[in-house]
Design a protein around this ligand. Sequence first.
Ligand code: GLA
Length: 421
Amino acid sequence: MPGRVPLPSSHPAAMAGRRRRRSWPLVAALSTGLLVGSAAAPAAATDDRPDRGGGHHRGQASTTVEPFGTAPDGTPVERWTLRNGDMTVRVLTYGGVIQTLEVPDAHGQVENVVLGFPDVAGYASDADPYFGSLIGRYGNRIAGGEFELDGERYQLPLNDGPNTLHGGPEGFDDRVWTATPVGDRRTAALQLQLVSPDGDQGFPGTLTTTVTYSVDRQERLTVHYEASTDAPTVVNLTQHTYWNLGGEGSGTIYDHELEIDADAYTPVDETLIPTGEIAPVEGTPFDFRDPTAIGARIRVADQQLLYGQGYDHNWVLNRDDDGAREGSDGEDELEEAAELHDPESGRTLTVSTTEPGLQFYSGNFLDGTLVGTGGSVYRQSDGLALETQHFPDSPNQPGFPSTELRPGEVYESTTVFELDN
Ligand code: GLA
């Protein structure tokens, strides 16, 4: 048994004992008009007519807006509601936050299945564990907050012990994004834009980022990211929604069954920085190649679980392509990365992505000090995050897929969260 799994990882098209992994060209998953820069008119769908059919929203897709208080600096915040089919998603311009996501369970009971705060103050507080936020410029950690690019050294502010986490103390999760509705009759969609100036949180280059959330009738939330820069830089964008398929505030996710299509993961040191090793999951509590209850092995006396106080690691996804960024040439493929199932509610979440990595974080640092949208206190593992990403600390790890972005290139990334019941 080899101690290391080489990158890129190739794998059989199907995982043992489960249905065939889906893979389809990116363009097929995006409705016409959602791609940033496409010629489709950004028609403002402001249809907020009453729901038809007993709480189910079988009418046209709608994208509506309401004021939602202000950021600490006084900037007005909007809350957008994207409604389509049986799914309703509420998005804040503060942090691009997915505040709520409502879908039916196996019995038709509609519930919010993500953790969040009732107001902007919660998200603006230092205690916010990135509930539902867009993360940038760099998702997860950069060791010592420093890296070298083209012979220049850059020092970022530290906000996680000796490291920089999720873009630094004032990351994209603490910015007010500019929102434009881009949906049509079939798709509820919102485009968020943010211009991060050169030197922002220590990163070089002016970074212009556009994120499009779209909700289709198949209960799929697609998150499409694009970014460009005017100087060489590093970028790793992600979305930090905490899921609880039994409903927000319903207790822990230990009974949720998780499957991750990954033969390997990246072990970390005690500050959660990858050691650089690509280690096989075989024979470890990190083997989620078959659906396994999250609580089944979370208390195993494993050094990696001790470091993370649970699961807080990057899985190296098995991919048909090499996971390298293809940019705007359209060759990135969406591939199924993970499936999360809650036996009690019958809900299943399927995550597909163009990214090579997935951070599975089991909500370890939730400590009973935060009150959520439904009015209950969040405790450890009351939600989990599945963050599609390039690997943590890639700027310092030559063996990992590159996170560099240069002028003239377009960063593109897509993740689809599909709910079934
Ligand atoms: C990511 C990190 C975790 C933690 C959470 C937010 O998942 O890997 O260590 O910081 O974000 O609390």
